[in-house]
Design a binder for this molecule. Structure first.
Ligand SMILES: O=C(O)CCC(=O)C(=O)O
Ligand SMILES: [Fe+2]
Length: 342
């Protein structure tokens, strides 16, 4: 069963639109364009929207969450058997991700990527960010998470088709760069602990690094998005929806037209919170250049970057496993992030 429009009846903040994406799956070009127009308008405006009618079966989401919960209840020594290296595959303990104020984010996670094998040419060549996934010996875990990954990945590709239509490009303008994508998924487990202070943010203020994020969050809330007025808006959980948001690479590709908006997670409750973002990023060597979208030379705000190198620079600035000491964002939004982190 796909998640339905009943979600629309639930309360969501005025600044974050709810978009019915069913048109993207239609063979009718009018329906496709209409969905793409709503998606594009949201990305031009705040860079965040809720996607409903997205074709990801709720049973697959529920199963992934249940298996994630089982994994995070394993004894720490079991979780550490699949400890992540600097390829973002496996278990990352609370120590790894650092917040702007020097504190660690109050969460641990399980990370995986687009499936590749040991004998994949990129893996053999040692290209960063390509590595086989690092699965725990937990019956049912791999199957549930791989299935979830596959379904949300399909949604990500549909959304990229919507972006292409909206921007007047061939439908595969973005997806053609996703033959071996650096599309990492993270299962976030926010510890939750009564007595945490607001500065112990579960996830400090940040913008996402890549093209587009497909985020599932549980029913506890805590995700906050910075509004244009500088105030935080609660991105309240909307049952059956995904939160979709634009990252820095897509902002660059669209020459600043699509917004990569600062967000954070504040979770001060005495119970764990789960979220599962899928970060849709293209093949490592994709060149992200606003001129490809017809931006005249004189108006180009962002020089071309190689997607993989750009992501690496961001990981190095934010993750201890990659050498970061204190979060220092490589972003035009640095001032905003600084202000938000006070
Ligand atoms: O947990 C959430 O709701 C958001 C997580 C997030 O923003 C991220 O992992 O980039
Ligand atoms: Fe994020």
């Amino acid at each position: 069963m796909a998640a339905g429009l009943s979600a629309l009846q639930q309360s969501v903040p005025a600044g974050i639109p709810v978009v019915d994406v069913a048109g993207l799956y239609s063979s009718d070009p009018v329906a496709q364009k209409a969905a793409a127009a709503r998606i594009g308008a949201a990305c031009d405006d705040i860079g965040f929207f809720y996607a409903v009618n997205h074709n990801v079966p709720v049973e697959i989401i529920d199963r992934a969450v249940a298996m994630a919960d089982t994994f995070f209840h394993l004894p720490e020594q079991e979780r550490l058997k699949v400890k992540a290296d600097s390829n973002n595959r496996g278990y990352r303990d609370v120590w790894d991700s650092v917040h702007r104020n020097g504190k660690t984010n109050a969460r641990d996670s399980f990370d995986l990527g687009f499936p590749v094998t040991e004998d994949d040419p990129e893996v053999k060549a040692g290209t960063p960010l390509y590595a086989p996934n690092n699965w725990p010996e937990l019956p049912g875990f791999r199957e549930a998470i791989e299935t979830y990954y596959g379904e949300t990945y399909k949604l990500g590709m549909k959304i990229l088709e919507g972006f292409a239509l909206y921007l007047g490009q061939p439908v595969d303008f973005f997806t053609r760069h996703f033959t071996k994508p650096v599309a990492d998924m993270v299962i976030n487990h926010y510890l939750g602990n009564a007595g945490l202070h607001i500065s112990d943010q579960a996830s400090g203020p940040h913008t996402d690094h890549g093209i587009v994020t497909i985020l599932w969050q549980d029913s506890l809330g805590g995700l906050e998005v910075m509004g244009k007025d500088g105030n935080w808006m609660q991105a309240a959980p909307l049952r059956g929806s995904f939160v979709i948001n634009i990252g820095e690479l897509m902002k660059r590709w669209t020459n600043g037209r699509f917004k990569a908006t600062v967000h954070r997670v504040v979770h001060l409750r005495d119970m764990p919170r789960y979220s599962m973002p899928l970060f849709c990023n293209p093949n490592f060597r994709t060149i992200v250049d606003p001129r490809d979208l017809g931006v005249p030379e004189s108006e180009v705000q962002y020089p071309p970057v190689q997607s993989g190198e750009f992501l690496l620079s961001r990981f190095k600035a934010t993750r201890k496993l990659w050498g970061a000491e204190k979060r220092s964002m490589v972003s035009n939004d640095d001032k905003l992030i600084e202000a938000a982190a006070q």
